[in-house]
Design a protein around this ligand. Structure first.
Ligand SMILES: NC(=O)C1=CN([C@@H]2O[C@H](COP(=O)(O)OP(=O)(O)OC[C@H]3O[C@@H](n4cnc5c(N)ncnc54)[C@H](O)[C@@H]3O)[C@@H](O)[C@H]2O)[C@@H](O)CC1
Ligand SMILES: [K+]
Length: 517
């Protein structure tokens, strides 16, 4: 499913009118009707129940007025409030408000203290709240009256259904200024927005539901929208069945350059992930002194001892002389997990990126090694794949994490184009940005995966899929399988899950995906 930016959703809305003759008010009516159905599903039934409806003066408020009409028909007792200025009501919401008041349902303004008291009282006795204060038109910080209303909604002890997006969440970024509605459920209209998936917006959204509200599917699938969610159907299509004639040399030969003294676990985890996700051969190159430890940890992977200048650290001319020709025997080279940040290691990483002609997956300390010279990425012979977390991405681009949060999608997309690289940007909603502008959001994963080594497993998962995934989409498939494995592990271990549990669930995740479950 596509994910739309605000300007793209506005274009869809406009084209629905111009090309299909569907006026705004028709879509608003559909939105209202579907919102009422969602509220009924949330509360079981609405007959005899009190529902507090908050409507702004924009189209989000219009959806709320329309929904209120359907809820009244179902026997709900409605308390309706207009949070915006009645004189600023737009045309379509005005029609919806008139229809509602013609049914004898009062719409209360929220201008003075007494109105606020009335809202407070209504919320105290409400069985459910409908949030139609602000939708995709919101920017900046809330006006004081709106902020107060949002805070009252959040203090109420009943389910909250947000229309389109929780009020106060910026639809393009998931950023929240001073406050936002904490919804139990959100009904996204037309398509999901980045704000449902990223940052605080993801938390405020609660359970996300999506309805097309009758917008023609050609518009909802328009190629001009370059963002999409990675769902099971998409991921399954990226994993072709393995032919009966396959042998270990055709399923991906991966060279892993990882590990240093004290960080052997990272090397073991990512190498095992390559194998657990189905690659044919994985070889681990490690500093000479660490090789016996890793040979003991890993049974199915080969290990190559690399000459070291500093004890337990990868680096130096001899290391480079061994590694560059070694890479030629492999389909993909994964560099980074547990390498450490020694100066000689950084030099080695930069030289490898320039000199090897094999496709690269760069993680962790390999990304750190590029933070002063990210332009080296353009010298790689194939489009490199980088798997930074937000801090590493910010460091690479010379930004703060706060700067990055302000426009994660745009910044990741621009960086991918500028450095001609694929960025797998890890966060509460890992996204994959390609140099051609496509951005994919994961729909899997959980907070239990915030644990040491989870990133090493992801890097190995992606590298291990390089020869197996269709259309150069190993990063997208890898993010999905890693998230699914994490969800399976979370089901058994909850917050006690460790990276090895994600690793152990990779085969089951792959099997479930291929079985279409
Ligand atoms: N295809 C679509 O995109 C459809 C969209 N619809 C609805 O239309 C919404 C977008 O409508 P609008 O563009 O009218 O925008 P909104 O309804 O989201 O908000 C605009 C209103 O909010 C006020 N506002 C903006 N920033 C504010 C702030 N910081 N503090 C307080 N008030 C602020 C503005 O004064 C304006 O009155 C969607 O979210 C959705 O609910 C539906 O009606 C049906 C079709
Ligand atoms: K809303």
């Amino acid at each position: 499913m596509k994910v739309s930016l605000v300007k793209e959703m506005r274009a869809v809305d406009r084209r629905a009118g111009e090309e299909y003759g569907l006026p705004e008010v028709v879509l608003m009516e559909n939105a209202g009707r579907q919102t009422a159905a969602e509220m009924i599903s949330l509360l079981g039934s609405v007959r005899g129940k009190t529902i507090c409806v908050l409507a702004g003066s924009g189209n989000n408020g219009g959806d709320a007025f329309a929904a209120a009409r359907y809820l009244a028909n179902e026997g709900a007792d409605l308390k309706v409030f207009l949070t915006g200025n009645p004189d600023h009501l737009k045309a379509s919401p005005s029609i919806m408000k008139q229809a509602l008041t013609a049914m004898g349902i009062a719409v209360h303004d929220l201008t003075g203290d007494r109105d606020m008291d009335r809202l407070r009282l209504a919320l105290r006795f409400a069985d459910g709240v409908l949030d139609g204060i602000l939708g995709t038109g919101f920017r900046g910080t809330l006006r004081p009256v709106v902020r107060q209303a949002v805070e009252l909604v959040n203090a109420a002890h009943c389910p909250v259904l947000a229309i389109d997006i929780p009020s106060g969440v910026e639809a393009d970024t998931g950023e929240v200024g001073d406050a936002a509605v904490q919804a139990t459920r959100t009904l996204a209209l037309g398509l999901p927005k980045p704000g449902h998936l990223l940052g605080l917006g993801a938390t405020c959204t609660g359970k996300l539901c999506v309805d097309s509200i009758g917008i023609p599917h050609e518009l909802l699938e328009d190629e001009a929208m370059q963002q999409a969610c990675i769902d099971g159907r998409m991921a399954a299509a990226l994993l072709p069945a393995r032919p009966r004639t396959a042998h270990k040399g055709t399923c991906g030969r991966i060279l892993v350059v990882a590990g240093s003294r004290g960080m052997t676990g990272a090397a073991a985890l990512c190498t095992s992930a390559c194998l657990r996700v189905g690659c044919g051969i994985a070889t681990l190159a490690v500093p000479d002194s660490q090789q016996p430890i890793l040979a003991a940890k890993l049974t199915e992977a080969m290990t190559v001892p690399v000459p070291e200048e500093q004890a337990g650290v990868l680096g130096g001319d001899e290391a480079l002389k061994l590694l560059v020709p070694l890479t030629e025997g492999y389909d993909t080279v994964l560099i980074g997990p547990g390498l450490g940040r020694a100066k000689v290691t950084g030099e080695l990483v930069r030289a490898l990126v320039r000199e090897t002609d094999r496709p690269l997956v760069l993680d962790a300390d390999a990304i750190y090694a590029l933070r002063d010279n990210p332009e080296i990425l353009r010298e790689a012979k194939h489009v490199p794949i980088l798997t930074p977390h937000l801090g590493e991405m910010a460091g690479l681009l010379g930004l703060s994490v706060e700067d990055l949060r302000e426009d994660i999608v745009g910044i990741a997309r621009d960086a991918a184009a500028e450095y001609h690289a694929v960025f797998v940007l890890k966060s509460e909603c890992t996204l994959v940005a390609f140099p051609d502008g496509r951005v994919f959001f994961t729909t899997k994963g959980n907070a239990g995966m915030a644990t040491a080594g989870a990133g090493d497993v992801l890097a190995g998962t992606i590298a291990g899929l390089m020869e197996q995934a269709a259309d150069g989409m190993a990063p997208v498939l890898g993010v999905y399988l890693h998230g699914l494995a994490g969800d399976l592990a979370y089901g058994e271990r909850a917050e006690g899950l460790i990276a090895g549990d994600i690793l152990a669930k990779l085969p089951e995740a792959r099997r479930l995906l291929q079985a279409g479950e």
